[in-house]
Design a protein around this ligand. Structure first.
Ligand code: ADP
Ligand code: MN
Ligand code: MN
Ligand code: MN
Ligand code: MN
Length: 360
């Protein structure tokens, strides 16, 4: 998308309007997951401060405009499931995550949260925790990684991972703004770092229990798109944004149950590995589109077709951290999910594999 004039929003001018009183009214930004793994949102004025989910009305949108419904039955309903303080509008204004539902009372085709929530609820005694490492790449208005030479490539990988200094990292301002926006919103963001490929970054969300991980990660993605929009950069979650000798982008998924975190938990981790090894294909189906271009067995990835696990092994499907093995308890890291995978599908699939199916 090359454009002659790049519009970058004027936040200084905007500031004086953001300060205007709202006379008790509250703005809720309803956010939902669309058909392409993106987020969409629209704003709703509410009469008063929201104290609980029950204060948030069901709403709807035109699903034919987002490929989420046919034109002759286009209403898709938005049912609020979580809300967070809005870092831009502030005050009592909020951001809302909504599930998508059809008029026949069935979840929308792209509402992957519903099945995951049913699984999490059925197996809540296991006390699942998830922590996901979201990698992403920032692109300029021409669709090329931000800060890369217009018609060429930067020097080979090496100086960029956790780098500091001009020419080593790009768009740190976006990363910082996003970090603060997440903290303000109450997202359990646990850290951030520059990645191996220049203009590629990572942040982690978690540990969060059960379905909350998916809600928070989707909200963090929405926040990232909105922050980058102000800086005139584009976010891509493509798992292999630049072919060749450049690292792909993943969504390493760290997982534990109560049994794994307790004394002698390594036994529960080993049992989990046995179950995971039998359902590799089912997992790969929901671990992101285009993941085969990333999972080449090189660039710190495992083979696409075969399950493996190992202690401190970054070339395995699942890695158990050295410290966890030494302590004999903790969590495991599923390194297979691609950066564009749906966290509801990842966490739901893991619960299903470890605990069994549930009819939803
Ligand atoms: P890496 O060494 O793979 O780069 P990171 O530090 O980036 O690891 O991410 C580790 C993630 O693991 C964090 O998001 C953290 O919240 C999560 N985590 C830590 N302990 C647990 C646990 N017991 N269960 C689930 N997730 C955990
Ligand atoms: Mn309209
Ligand atoms: Mn990490
Ligand atoms: Mn990483
Ligand atoms: Mn990792």
């Amino acid at each position: 998308m090359a454009t002659d004039s790049v519009y970058v929003s004027n936040t200084t001018n905007l500031q004086k309007y953001l300060d205007l009183p709202q006379h008790g009214k509250v703005i809720a930004e309803y956010v939902w997951v669309d058909a392409d793994g993106g987020t969409r949102s629209k704003s709703k004025t509410l009469p008063k401060k929201v104290e609980s989910l029950a204060d948030l009305p069901e709403w709807n949108f035109d699903g034919s405009s987002t490929n989420q419904a046919p034109g002759d039955n286009s209403d898709v309903y938005l049912r609020p499931v979580a809300y967070y303080p809005d870092p831009w509008r502030r005050g009592d204004n909020i951001l809302v995550i909504a599930e998508t539902w059809m008029s026949d009372g069935k979840p929308n085709t792209f509402n992957f949260r519903h099945d995951a929530a049913v699984l999490m609820e059925a197996h809540k005694a296991e006390e699942f925790w998830f922590g996901l490492e979201q990698e992403y790449t920032l692109l300029d208005a021409y669709g090329w990684p931000y800060g890369w030479p217009r018609n060429g490539f930067p020097a080979p990988q090496g100086p960029y991972y956790c780098g500091n200094g001009t020419g080593k990292v790009f768009c740190r301002d976006i990363v910082e703004a996003h970090y603060k926006a997440c903290l303000y919103a109450g997202i359990n963001i646990s850290g951030t770092n520059a990645e191996v490929m220049p203009a590629q970054w990572e942040y982690q969300v978690g540990p969060c229990s059960g379905i909350e991980l998916g809600d928070q990660l989707w909200m963090s993605r929405f926040l990232l798109h909105r922050v980058a929009e102000e800086f005139g950069a584009r976010v891509t979650f493509h798992p292999k944004p630049v072919p060749g000798d450049w690292n792909g982008a993943g969504l390493h998924s760290n997982v534990s149950t109560k049994a794994m975190r307790e004394e002698g938990g390594m036994k529960a981790i080993e049992e989990a590995m046995e179950k995971m090894s039998k359902r590799h294909a089912e997992h790969m189906k929901v671990y992101g589109e285009g993941n085969e271009a990333r999972m080449t067995g090189r660039h710190e990835t495992a083979s696409y077709d075969k399950f493996s696990w190992g202690i401190a092994n970054r070339g395995a499907s699942v890695r158990v951290n050295r410290a966890v093995a030494e302590e004999g308890k903790g969590y495991f890291e599923d390194r297979r999910p691609a950066s564009n995978a749906d966290p509801y599908q990842i966490t739901g699939m893991i619960v299903e594999t470890l605990c069994g199916k549930v009819e939803g």
